[in-house]
Design a protein around this ligand. Structure first.
Ligand code: NAP
Length: 325
């Protein structure tokens, strides 16, 4: 069985901003946790949610940088979290749970992209460990705060999930590393995580979504060598961004994750992949030559329930956490 990716219509589109999405919503009394909520899309997500009245907890790898970036935003709390370090995940979750507050919107936004081969923890590949396993452990540890009717978990994936499905026989790229395929695997894992979490959390009233935010020039490019950035036409030789058709502003880029977390249009739904503030179509069949930038919709390897369940089992074994065991 494949999760239904059925268009339901949307009041918003690729050029809606996070503020647009929240225009008619009052989030007073709601609490969000936004990983990486102090840079790029996360920063705009935090800004929009607080502007609509929500309180936002921003667990940050670099708390001082986060404090500085959020100094003009009211209603924010910064705490410390390194997703690549499971002890740090456990500590943050423990501090948060001790505050005895429910989480209405859990937005798994933080991520790294196409870094040189890097090992963390017990030799795990850094993109899979940070983007997927860290968020897996975080959500499972925070589950007592998330598990209530109406809460949503949002997993920020990417069109990059088309680069690779899950490499079941070599999850940590021990047999040859490709930085873009490793990003692809991690982003496929983000979608599969939402698919299975939705299945598990539904009985407790929690729904989960995954999404592609669009293409947006942010510090996410930090690991890409300058010559590759220039060759791709993202920045010129002097470091100036080159305007491109189809690229979004950070305010537009934050819209789909904010829509996923809050939209009444998504009530009763979950386990689906979104893009441009709408439910994405299943991707058409591509041949190998199709450029990644032409790929739209969600690849079937990212929404397959059996693979989602299998990844959940492996992730719980690797991290030692499973709120549903
Ligand atoms: N921008 C795009 O075009 C695009 C496209 C598709 C998908 N996405 C996805 O959107 C999400 C946000 O990306 P962005 O463009 O906003 O990038 P960004 O500006 O680089 O923000 C990423 C955030 O993740 C944090 N982070 C990185 N490693 C971490 C760790 N080990 N522990 C905790 N936090 C960590 C970063 O903190 P530090 O700054 O302290 O490292 C930063 O706050 C990512 O998941 C990305 O894959 C982006």
């Amino acid at each position: 069985m494949i999760t239904a990716q059925n268009e339901i219509g949307s009041d918003f589109d690729a050029h809606s901003t996070a503020d647009d999405v929240l225009t008619d919503l009052d989030l007073t009394g709601k609490l969000a946790v936004v990983t990486g909520g102090y840079s790029g899309l996360g920063l705009e997500t935090t800004r929009a949610l607080t502007k609509a009245g929500a309180r936002v907890v921003v667990p940050a790898r670099r708390p001082a940088v986060a404090q500085e970036a959020l100094s003009d935003v009211e209603g924010v709390e910064v705490d410390e979290l390194d997703l690549a370090d499971l002890d740090s995940v456990r500590s943050f979750a423990g501090r948060f749970l001790a505050s005895d507050r429910p989480i209405d919107f859990m937005i798994d936004n933080a991520g790294i992209m196409a870094c040189p081969e890097t090992r963390v923890g017990p030799g795990w590949e850094a993109q899979f460990a940070t983007n997927h396993l860290g968020h897996f452990a975080l959500v499972n540890r925070l589950w007592p705060a998330i598990a209530s009717e109406g809460a949503r978990v949002v997993s920020v994936s990417s069109r990059g999930h088309h680069f690779s499905g899950i490499r079941w026989d070599d999850l940590h790229w021990q047999h040859g590393y490709d930085k873009w395929q490793a990003y692809g695997q991690a982003k496929t894992a983000n979608v599969l995580f939402a698919v299975h979490l939705d299945r598990l959390g539904r009985e407790q009233g929690v729904r989960a979504f995954a999404l592609h935010p669009g293409g947006i020039l942010t510090p996410l490019l930090r690991h890409i060598p300058k010559e590759e950035v220039v060759a791709n036409g993202w920045y010129d030789e002097d470091g100036n961004p080159i305007p491109q058709d189809g690229f979004k502003t950070p305010e537009e880029g934050a819209a789909t994750q904010v829509w996923a977390a809050t939209s009444p249009q998504l009530a009763g739904l979950g386990g689906i992949y979104l893009e441009d503030c709408r439910i994405a179509d299943p991707a058409p069949a591509y041949d190998e030559a199709t450029d990644i930038t032409d790929r739209v919709g969600v690849n079937k390897w990212a929404i397959d329930p059996e693979q989602a369940a299998h990844l959940w089992t492996i992730s719980s074994e690797l991290t030692g956490v499973d709120a549903f065991a």
